[in-house]
Design a protein around this ligand. Structure first.
Ligand code: PLZ
Length: 446
C-alpha cells in the first residue's frame, strides 16, 4: 500500500481552492452528462483514505463504487501491474495471447460457486460483461427473451440500459431500448406490502407467474439478477426468493445469471454473494473488485454454456488487457492473504451495531427505516418520520454533511433515499469508527 497516513485531515473547505480551480477547467472541458458525487480532485489514495490536491484526507466509504476493495494502491496490484507494464502493455488476446488472461480465468473457475467444469471470457466493463452473458445465453438456448427485476441495475450501454430498472438518470432520453427484455417483481422485504416475512415466497410466485403467463418460459434465454441489488438500494432479496428463481430457471432450461459486479469478490463477506443461499449460477458476471481498480470484467460459467458461442463470436480489442489481468491476480492474492472475507464480516458487525445504536438513540430514529446489507455493503434507507415515504432530501443532506467533514459516502436507491457504505475492505477499524462518528454527528445536525 502507498504510504498515505491513515488519518482523516480537513485543512480547507471541501472542496478546497485547488479542487475548485480544477473543477472550473473540468466544467469547460468535460461533458456535462458525466457527474461526480464530490468534486474533490484526487492526488493519491490507499487503504481507507483519499487524499485530495489541497492536502485534505477523506475517509473512503465508497471504494470508487465498490471497486477498490483491496485499497486504491494495494502493494500486490501495483507490483504486478507495474511489472506487466514494463514487459508489454497490449497485444490483443485475439491476436497473440498471454498467460495472465488464462491465469485469471483459472482463478475465476476456482473461486466461483460450483465444482462443475467452468470457462470464462474477459472484457473491460461491467456492462460489457452483462451484454456478453446475454449473447452467450442466447447462443446456448437459441431463445431471445431476457428477464430482469424491479430495482435492478446492469449498466449504461443500450442493452444494459434496457435491463436497468431506473429511468433517471440512466435512461431518460436515450431510447429506443433493446427489445425482448422483461421486468418482474423482486422480494424487497422492507417495502413488500404483506411484510418482509412473506416477500420471498410471494415475490417469487409473482415473478414466476408473470414469466410463465406473459413471456412463456420456453422463450426465455436468461434470468439476470444481482444477489444483492446495488444501485437499486442494497436490497437483499428476502430469503427463499433467489433459490426459487434459480430452481425455476433450472426446471425450464433458462440460463440463470448472477450479476455479481458490485456484490462479488469478498464485498459481502463471501467470495460471491449468491453463496449465502447456496446458489450455483449458470453464469456469473464480475468486474469492479476483481482487479483493484484496473478495468477488467468477466463472464464465468458452465463450460458447455460458455462454449456455445461460435469461434470468433466473443471478444474485443482490450478485453482482458494484460495490465488489468496482472492487477486482478494481485487483487485476488491480496484477498486471500489478508482474508478480506473475514474483514468484510467484521465491518458488517461494527457498522450494523453502531447504526442500530444510532437509530435507538435518535429522538426520531424511525427516519432510519431500514438498516441492511451484508459485509462491507451496508446501507440505511431514509424515510419521513412515522411513515415509509422515501426521504431523498435527508439522504442528500446527510451525505453533504459527511462530505464537509471529510467522509466520502454515496447514495443510491430507486427513490434516491438510501445512504450506502462501501469502505475498502482493508480500512482500519479506527477509521471505520471515525466515519461512523461523523455519520452520527450528521444525524444530530439533520
Ligand atoms: N452490474 C450490478 O453495479 C455498475 C454504476 C455507476 P460498469 N454499478 C455502478 C454508474 O452510475 O454508472 C454495475 C453494477 C452491476 C453492472 C454494472 C455496470 O458496470 O463497469 O459501470 O459498466
Amino acid at each position: 500500500m502507498s504510504d498515505i497516513p491513515q488519518e482523516r485531515r480537513v485543512v480547507t473547505a471541501i472542496p478546497g481552492p485547488k479542487s475548485v480551480e480544477l473543477q472550473a477547467r473540468r466544467v469547460a472541458a468535460v461533458a456535462a452528462g458525466v457527474g461526480s458525487t464530490l468534486p474533490v480532485f484526487t492526488a493519491r489514495a490507499g487503504g481507507g483514505i483519499i487524499e485530495d490536491v489541497d492536502g485534505n484526507r477523506l475517509i473512503d466509504f465508497g471504494s470508487g463504487i465498490a471497486v477498490t476493495s483491496v485499497g486504491a494502491s494495494a502493494e500486490a496490484v501495483v507490483r504486478r501491474a507495474s511489472a506487466q507494464l514494463a514487459d508489454f502493455t497490449h497485444t490483443c488476446f485475439m491476436v497473440t495471447p498471454y498467460e495472465g488472461y488464462v491465469e485469471v480465468c483459472e482463478q475465476l473457475a476456482e473461486l466461483t460457486p460450483g465444482d462443475h467444469a467452468k470457462k470464462s471470457a474477459l472484457f473491460n466493463s461491467g456492462a460489457e460483461a452483462v451484454e456478453n452473458a446475454v449473447k452467450i445465453a442466447r447462443a446456448y438456448t437459441k431463445r431471445t427473451a431476457v428477464v430482469v427485476f424491479d430495482h435492478g441495475y446492469h449498466g449504461r450501454t443500450n442493452l444494459t440500459m434496457a435491463l436497468t430498472a431506473k429511468n433517471m438518470p440512466y435512461k431518460q432520453g436515450f431510447g429506443p431500448f433493446a427489445p425482448e427484455v422483461y421486468r418482474v417483481p423482486v422480494a424487497y422485504g422492507y417495502r413488500w406490502p404483506t411484510g418482509a416475512e412473506n416477500a420471498g415466497a410471494e415475490a417469487s410466485a409473482q415473478a414466476i407467474d408473470e414469466i410463465t403467463k406473459q413471456i412463456g418460459a420456453d422463450n426465455v434465454a436468461a434470468i439476470i439478477i444481482e444477489p444483492v441489488l446495488g444501485e437499486g438500494g442494497f436490497i437483499e432479496p428476502a430469503k427463499g426468493f433467489l433459490p426459487a428463481i434459480a430452481q425455476f430457471a433450472k426446471d425450464n432450461g433458462i440460463v440463470f445469471v448472477a450479476d455479481e459486479i458490485q456484490s462479488g469478490f469478498c464485498r459481502t463477506g463471501q467470495w460471491f454473494a449468491c453463496e449465502d443461499e447456496g446458489i450455483v449460477p449458470d453464469l456469473i458476471t464480475t468486474a469492479k473488485g476483481i482487479a483493484g481498480g484496473l478495468p477488467l470484467s468477466a463472464v464465468t460459467g458452465r463450460a458447455e454454456i460458455m462454449d456455445a458461442a461460435h469461434a470468433g463470436g466473443l471478444g474485443g480489442t482490450y478485453g482482458g488487457n494484460p495490465v488489468a489481468c496482472a492487477g486482478a491476480l494481485g487483487a485476488i492474492e491480496t484477498m486471500r492473504e489478508l482474508d478480506l472475507n473475514g474483514r468484510a464480516k467484521r465491518i458488517e458487525e461494527v457498522m450494523k451495531g453502531r447504526l442500530a445504536e444510532m437509530r435507538s438513540k435518535l429522538p426520531n430514529g424511525d427516519i432510519i427505516g431500514d438498516i441492511r446489507g451484508r459485509g462491507a455493503m451496508i446501507a440505511i434507507e431514509l424515510v419521513k418520520a412515522g411513515t415509509k415515504e422515501p426521504d431523498a432530501a435527508a439522504a442528500g443532506a446527510l451525505a453533504k454533511t459527511c462530505h464537509g467533514e471529510g467522509l466520502l459516502v454515496l447514495t443510491c436507491g430507486t427513490y434516491g433515499n438510501v445512504l450506502r457504505f462501501l469502505p475498502p475492505l482493508v480500512i482500519g477499524e479506527d477509521l471505520l469508527n471515525e466515519g461512523l462518528d461523523i455519520i452520527e454527528q450528521a444525524f444530530a445536525r439533520l
